[in-house]
Structures are given as structure tokens and as C-alpha cells.
Design a binder for this molecule. Structure first.
Ligand code: ATP
Ligand code: MG
Length: 404
């Protein structure tokens, strides 16, 4: 009898979006769009919001069967701080307790301590929150052998929420992706290499609502086709969060050969980075990106000292975001493991920056000296040529990527 009244739903709780005023509905629309894009590829779900929560309701058996997959997807949508699978039932205490006894024990398997927490959004409900908690706690104790209450440091929390339409009961709420809904902060161009840092930098800005466009520089045949595939794989992993991303692939082969043949070796990297900056700016302007994003971290390598960063930064007429600038490598690695890019990043393929690297790179370069070297070639013409010869690949979650 009880089965008929119960449905399992996914609750996604807002983070900072709660603090938004007039434009809150724009933020909500973006979060719903992200969820709907994902749901469309998984099954038949009804998605709606009320009271600072988005509800995802399976509409048929197939959608119920795939609820775990849908929950996984919801955890990758920026803007939600918590995601949980809950049982929805009618708002009376008998039904609520029956649900607790029937469904919650399975969720508490392996846990030794818990606490019950109730929230009564609907103030007309006859019991107050502490009374609901006490009854729910009692129901758990009587239906789960050996489990104990620990108010201060429970291993798991059993939550009951009395909302406008229904009551929701859940245990083991998981962390959401946090941040600001994807696409709410404008568009940025991510300089994506095959390393550990730049995918993390992209993730961090996407988390702050920046829609990502990416650019990758290659140096074929000095860098291989597999090195490029690796970068597209990294982009694909980022689409777990963004759903879709365009990667512009630009060849630096000719520029690097000319630099090798015409300029002083100790300036190679800096000169190359100025080309990368100039080409990136052109792409950013062409595709409406309001900032560049790099994975630079201060002092990590010779080209990331203050002076060296300044040599490239002076070219920029839009902000360059460097979310990793103050982070240590192990902190960056931690995030890269969490977002799933680490294993791919450490695959040993060459990067264009490691082709013709100087034996003694300049760590405190003087800008005039760099420009003096740069003037040995026609900088603007080479930038334009590389830009014109770019290739674009669209990378999509759930699908194979395709060239544009
Ligand atoms: P990463 O781990 O991201 O490769 P890194 O520590 O190897 O970074 P560098 O190679 O100096 O550092 O690169 C600094 C930043 O410049 C990168 O984080 C990335 O944003 C950009 N970059 C470097 N190489 C490329 C490339 N081949 N294509 C696009 N961007 C690049
Ligand atoms: Mg690198």
C-alpha cells in the first residue's frame, strides 16, 4: 500500500544563488537548463523548482532505474551545494514514519551513528521541528539494529523536510558542485595544454559561472596526433561540468621554426608565449570572450615569474584570469584528481612548450630585449597566419566530438 504513495526524487539545493536579488531567475534558468540537457540524454524526468530547491522527478520506470546516473549528473551542475535522493510522501506523521522504517534502514547500512534533523517550511504542520526529529530518531532506532544517536558528530544525518506540497525524507546528502551556474559570468577563453594545471584553471573559472571556449597550441609533427587527442580528452572531461566546449587548435610549427632559426635561444619560450597570447586574444575577440584563462602559478617555472608573466601580460587588452596563481602544485593536483583530469594529464606526450626549450631560459627578462628579438620576425603577419589556419573541434558530453 505504501509504495503507491511514495516516489523517489532528487533534491538539488541552491548555494550562493539564494543570495541573488533581481536576477535570480536568470541564474535559476541556467541551472535548470544544465539539468534538462543532462536529463534529456538519460530519461524521462520532470524538473522544476520551488523554495530554493530543484526537484527532479522520474516519470517512468526507466527513469527510476537510472536515478543514480541522474544524481551523478546533478552533482556536476554548478550552483547546487547539496544533492540527495529523497523519498517524497504525503505530509502526515504516520506516513513519514512508515517511510523512515521501510526505506531508510538500507541507506544507513554500514553507519554506526546518526542524527535526525527536521525542517518545517510549512508552519501549518502540527508538529514542530524538534518533535518531528525526536519521532524520526525513534523510528530509526527501532528499525536499524545497533545504530546510535550522536547529536554532535554523527556519521550520517537523516533529514525530514516538510515543504509546501509534500514531505521529503533522505539520508546521506552528497555535496553538489557548488559555485555559480554555468554561463552566468560571461565567456572566457581557456588556454588548454595537456598538463595538469590548465584543465584545473578552466574548471575553477567554469565553477564561477564562466562559459568556456578553449584554445590549444600544437606543433605538429614535433608534437603528435596523440598529444592533441589527449587535450581533447581533457576537454571532454571538463564537459562533465560544461556539457559542451569548442576547442580551437592552432599550429605553432612555423613560428617555432622561425624563432629557432632567427632569435636568441634564451628568449624562445618568452617569444613563443607572446605569440600564444596574441593569437589567443584574436580568437577571444572573434568569439566574444571577455577574458583569457591560464593555468599559470607564480614561480612554478621560468616563464611564470612576475617579470616573465608581465612580458606576455602587457599584450592583453582584456583581463587574464589565473585562478591557480597562488596555489601549490599539490593543491592543484588534488583538484585535478577530484575533477577526473589527473590521469589523462600525466600521460607522457610532448607539448609545444617542450619543443626547442632553451637550456637557460630567462627568468628576469627585460621587455625591451624580448621585443628586440621579436622584431626580427613579422610578428603580426605570423599571428594572423596562425589564426587563419586554426581548426575548431566541438567536444560534447555524452557524444563523440566533431570538427566544425
Ligand atoms: P599546464 O600544466 O597547464 O600545461 P604548465 O605548468 O605546464 O601548465 P606552462 O607550460 O608554462 O605551465 O604553461 C602555462 C600556461 O600556459 C598553461 O597553464 C596554459 O594555460 C598555457 N599553455 C601552455 N602550453 C599550452 C598549449 N600548448 N596550448 C594552450 N595553452 C598552453
Ligand atoms: Mg604545460
Amino acid at each position: 500500500m505504501i509504495e503507491k504513495k511514495i516516489k523517489e526524487v532528487i533534491l538539488c539545493k541552491y548555494g550562493e544563488v539564494i543570495l541573488k536579488g533581481a536576477n535570480r531567475s536568470d541564474f535559476e534558468a541556467k541551472m535548470l537548463k544544465q539539468l534538462r540537457l543532462r536529463a534529456k540524454r538519460i530519461g524521462n524526468y520532470k524538473i522544476f523548482y520551488a523554495q530554493s530547491t530543484v526537484y527532479i522527478e522520474p516519470l517512468d520506470q526507466d527513469a527510476i532505474d537510472k536515478i543514480e546516473e541522474m544524481t551523478y549528473q546533478a552533482k556536476h551542475v554548478f550552483g547546487f551545494v547539496a544533492v540527495s535522493r529523497a523519498f517524497a510522501c504525503e505530509k502526515n506523521m504516520d506516513t513519514i514514519l512508515e517511510v523512515v522504517r521501510t526505506y531508510i534502514p538500507e541507506r544507513l547500512k554500514g553507519y554506526k551513528t546518526f542524527k535526525a534533523e527536521a525542517k518545517r517550511a510549512d508552519k501549518r504542520f502540527p508538529l514542530k521541528s524538534p518533535e518531528i526529529s525526536a519521532e524520526v530518531g525513534g523510528a530509526v532506532l527501532s528499525s536499524v539494529p545497533k545504530i546510535k544517536v550522536d547529536i554532535h558528530n554523527p556519521e550520517i544525518v537523516v533529514r525530514v523536510e516538510i515543504r509546501d506540497q509534500e514531505a521529503y525524507i533522505h539520508a546521506g546528502q552528497e555535496k553538489g558542485a557548488g559555485g555559480i551556474p554555468y554561463g552566468c559570468s560571461g565567456k572566457g577563453l581557456l588556454l588548454l595544454s595537456g598538463g595538469i594545471d590548465s584543465p584545473v584553471a578552466g574548471f575553477m573559472m567554469a565553477k564561477r559561472g564562466v562559459e568556456l571556449e578553449a584554445i590549444h597550441f600544437e606543433s605538429y609533427p614535433y608534437t603528435s596526433e596523440r598529444a592533441k587527442e589527449k587535450v581533447l580528452d581533457l576537454a571532454k572531461q571538463l564537459t562533465n561540468y560544461t556539457m559542451r566546449m569548442r576547442v580551437h587548435v592552432v599550429s605553432l610549427t612555423k613560428i617555432q621554426e622561425l624563432l629557432r632559426d632567427n632569435c636568441e635561444e634564451e628568449y624562445f619560450t618568452l617569444l613563443l608565449r607572446r605569440y600564444m597570447m596574441a593569437i589567443s586574444l584574436k580568437i577571444a575577440h572573434e568569439y566574444g570572450c571577455e577574458a583569457l584563462i591560464t593555468g599559470e602559478s607564480l614561480g612554478q617555472v621560468a616563464s611564470q615569474t612576475m617579470k616573465a608573466i608581465n612580458v606576455t601580460n602587457v599584450l592583453a587588452d582584456i583581463p587574464v584570469y589565473r585562478p591557480l596563481i597562488g596555489m601549490d602544485k599539490d593543491e592543484i593536483v588534488q583538484i585535478s584528481r577530484k575533477i577526473g583530469t589527473f590521469e589523462t594529464s600525466v600521460l607522457p606526450y610532448e607539448d609545444c612548450c617542450t619543443v626547442f626549450t632553451p637550456r637557460h631560459p630567462r627568468t628576469r627578462p627585460e621587455l625591451e630585449k624580448v621585443i628586440e628579438q621579436e622584431n626580427k620576425l613579422d610578428f603580426n603577419a605570423l599571428v594572423n597566419e596562425a589564426f587563419e589556419n586554426r581548426e575548431a573541434v566541438v567536444v560534447m558530453a555524452f557524444k563523440d566530438h566533431k570538427s566544425e
